[in-house]
Design a binder for this molecule. Structure first.
Ligand code: LLP
Length: 422
């Protein structure tokens, strides 16, 4: 459920007509709903109610300061994967003891910065990283709280590019060797072993792979305790999928996911962390675009929009589906026609949908891409010197631009001429 609905024939974000924002901001832009974000965050809180838990928003999915502040104020922790994201979490007011630092390639500088300012834990992904972290922390006279991310060799049955828990993936340490690595971790200076971490992939639409992985984590927790480690936390990663098409997708609900976690970890006396991104942000955001032309091609029509692959790369990168709907509600029973929905970028890959059934649309009409809140704005670029797409946040009948569109001078003046060209 989200808060983008037609009222009096016009698509609204909560109580704000999207036509009004479009007039004010210009298209294309992203628009987020505070009520939807809040609702999704609270669903996870409720699903884990009764367990000692922390919901850490995976800020890679949507990292605007206004979004992070909204979630931090609700009590969210944050999962970060770079020094930049760590700084974003701090800047948004997330207390350091609610920040977990994930990622396969943390640098010494990133470790140093996070140790200096504080964090909940590093999710360490290799023994090589562990040794470097030990050296960095010891040199600073600090102790780094860590989990080891284990790779459970479970197939998440999701898109190839976002599956992370098989042994051929670059993530985590092989679970079969975990006890050996934990023994080394415990022996290293500057390292405090606090837990176990796992994340098997994104956009999972079935609970079975989660369950298989979590069961392995629970078994490992018992083994590690038997080996003498004080395991007090498990971080179960993110990955719960969302429906991208309204009609026929029914991924598991947070409540069902939570019930499964409660079943597996309920009597293990551990603090449970989860790192959802997409489920919180995905359906809390839409991308608004205008039709530039309806081009009649040879045997097919093209709806050319002012949004492109640089603004929303998911269709080009993963063949992802996004529902695209007109901002003015079509009359009931209006005839639909197949069109290719494309952007202006000079690549055939700049295609959002092929032969999509759409009601009649003309130049100047507005359309909304649904489910674009997660991995939308954060993956945008200025390819073709198209300015970074602005972001707008709605709350009830209010809205605010939370990232303005840069002007062209700003973009061009970022470049510098070397002395020999001046
Ligand atoms: N934790 C870790 C360690 C992760 O790597 C990720 C996502 C998450 C949590 C959050 O997963 P979520 O709950 O959002 O599924 N750009 C791709 C998705 C990449 C996901 C990367 N890792 C897409 O647009 O589908």
């Amino acid at each position: 459920m989200d808060h983008f609905i037609y009222k009096d024939g016009i698509l609204h974000a909560e109580d704000v007509p999207l036509l009004r924002i479009a007039e004010d901001v210009g298209t294309p832009f992203y628009c987020y709903s505070t009520a939807t974000l809040t609702r999704h965050f609270k669903l996870f809180q409720e699903a884990l109610d009764g367990l000692d838990h922390l919901v850490c928003f995976a800020i890679k999915s949507l990292s605007n300061q206004a979004i992070l502040r909204t979630l931090a104020d609700l009590g969210a922790g944050m999962d970060v994967v770079s020094g930049g994201e760590y700084r974003r979490a701090l800047a948004a007011g997330c207390p350091p003891d609610r920040i977990v630092f994930s990622g396969v390639g943390k640098t010494r500088a990133e470790m140093c910065f996070a140790l200096e300012h504080g964090l909940r834990q590093f999710n360490v992904e290799s023994v090589e990283e562990l040794r470097v972290l030990s050296a960095v922390a010891s040199a600073m006279g600090k102790t780094a709280p860590i989990t080891l991310r284990v790779n459970p060799d479970v197939d998440a049955r999701t898109h190839e590019k976002i599956a992370t828990g098989r042994k051929e993936d670059k993530f985590g340490v092989p679970i079969a060797r975990a006890r050996e690595f934990y023994a080394e971790a415990a022996s290293l200076p500057g390292i405090d072993v606090v837990g176990v971490d796992v994340h098997i992939g994104s956009q999972l639409t079935d609970l079975a792979p989660f369950e298989a992985a979590f069961q392995k984590v629970a078994d490992l927790t018992r083994d590690l305790r038997a080996d003498g480690h004080a395991i007090r936390r498990v971080d179960l990663g993110g990955g719960l999928g969302i429906p991208y098409t309204r009609s026929n997708e029914t991924p598991p609900l947070p409540l069902e996911y939570g019930a499964m976690i409660q079943r597996i970890f309920g009597d293990l006396e551990v603090e449970v962390e989860i790192e959802p991104g997409r489920l919180i942000a995905g359906n809390a955001g839409i991308l608004l675009a205008s039709v530039i032309y309806l081009k009649q091609g040879e045997g097919r029509d093209f709806l050319i929009l002012d949004a492109a692959m640089n603004d929303l790369i998911r269709p080009a990168m993963y063949g992802a589906h996004h529902d695209i709907i007109p901002v003015i509600e079509p009359q009931a029973g209006v005839e639909q026609h197949p069109v290719d929905i494309v952007g202006p970028v000079c690549e055939s890959g700049d295609t959002f949908a092929k032969q999509r059934q759409m009601p009649p649309l003309a130049a100047g009409d507005l359309v909304a891409f649904r489910s674009a809140g997660a991995y939308g704005a954060v993956m945008s670029s200025e390819y073709n010197t198209r300015p970074m797409i602005p972001e707008v946040l709605v709350k009830g009948d209010q809205y605010a631009v939370i990232r303005p569109r840069p002007d062209f001078d700003e973009i061009i003046n970022r470049d510098r001429l070397p002395i020999w060209l001046e």
